[in-house]
Design a protein. Structure first.
Length: 311
């Protein structure tokens, strides 16, 4: 029985092509061995023991297409921006300049552009559309609400204790200037989304909750409300109304742990202790379009106006 030759170390921990195998002295049929995995991109392979990620696919593709760059939905995922999955049927998304050969390979969605403005090197040493350019690329494919989510993420202030950056991807005033000079597909929708964007939404559900509140005819809420009370350590609410003393909290999946629930109880007690009322919602409310949440909030606003004797 012939013993199967092991791949060199650099290919054991990477995605590779048949040609790259052959350059190292292997027969092309080595990719048909049981220990080799056929990836979602035609002609790209990896050992079954290697965990294939979108990043490893893109790294291999850059070797194949050095003039291309990561764009659209792949770029959004690389930057940590919201990328609606129902728009992204292909494994990876790449762009080339108009005039270059178009990429035609199964598992790749390819685009062509008249310019490469805003294309930059990523931390993975891949050429990728900048966050701002990425949002513009997604404008034709995303709904209005999805675009508002994207712009909110683009302009939000990072959490210093959770993220590796200190500044927004693009400050809101700068983004508005960029959008005014943009004339690509989806420009009207993008400008409308920019008008609805606000600094302070920390997650897609928070953006959708804010939009639902405004469309229900309720006052536009304040975002990221902090209680400036040293003894409480400045607890915060996702949104609410400072004047009416209403704090609204979206409890996502991370709020199910015992530790997070303890922090949430501490936060709620802090707001209650200062005379605020707390309103909670979760993924069930999100799936319902926050209709019940808005109805409860409307009642709470009315009650607080009466209690605080506000017009």
């Amino acid at each position: 029985m012939t013993r199967r030759r092991e791949l060199p170390c650099e290919l054991q921990r990477a995605v590779f092509t048949r040609e790259e195998l052959e350059k190292r002295g292997f027969h092309g049929t080595r990719v048909d061995a049981k220990d080799v995995f056929h990836t979602s991109v035609r002609g790209l392979y990896a050992l079954s023991s290697f965990e294939v990620t979108e990043g490893s696919l893109l790294t291999a593709l850059e070797r194949l297409y050095p003039r291309a760059w990561v764009s659209h939905f792949s770029a959004a995922r690389m930057h940590g921006l919201y990328a609606p999955n129902h728009h992204s049927e292909a494994a990876v998304h790449l762009s080339t300049l108009l005039g270059d050969p178009r990429i035609r390979r199964g598992g790749i969605k390819s685009y062509q552009s008249t310019n490469a403005e805003g294309v930059e090197r990523s931390s993975m040493h891949l050429w990728v559309s900048s966050p701002g350019r990425t949002v513009m690329e997604l404008a034709p494919f995303a709904s209005l609400d999805e675009l508002v989510v994207l712009v909110d993420q683009l302009v939000r202030e990072p959490r210093l204790n959770l993220e590796r950056r200190f500044d927004p991807f693009v400050p809101l005033p700068m983004w508005k200037v960029m959008v005014e000079s943009f004339h690509g597909r989806g420009v009207r929708k993008l400008r409308e989304a920019t008008g609805l964007a606000r600094v302070g939404s920390d997650s897609p559900p928070e953006t959708r909750l804010r939009l639902a509140i405004m469309r229900a005819g309720l006052p536009e809420p304040d975002l990221q409300i902090e209680l400036p009370i040293r003894r409480w350590g400045n607890p915060s609410a996702d949104l609410g109304y400072k004047q009416l003393l209403i704090a609204v909290h979206y409890d996502g999946g991370t709020h199910r742990s015992r530790e997070q629930q303890q922090r949430d109880n501490w936060r709620d007690n802090a707001f209650s202790g200062e005379g605020w009322r707390n309103l909670h919602c979760n993924s069930k409310d999100l799936a319902d379009g926050f209709r019940e949440t808005c109805a409860r909030l409307e009642r709470m606003i009315h009650e607080q106006r009466q209690r605080l004797r506000l017009n």
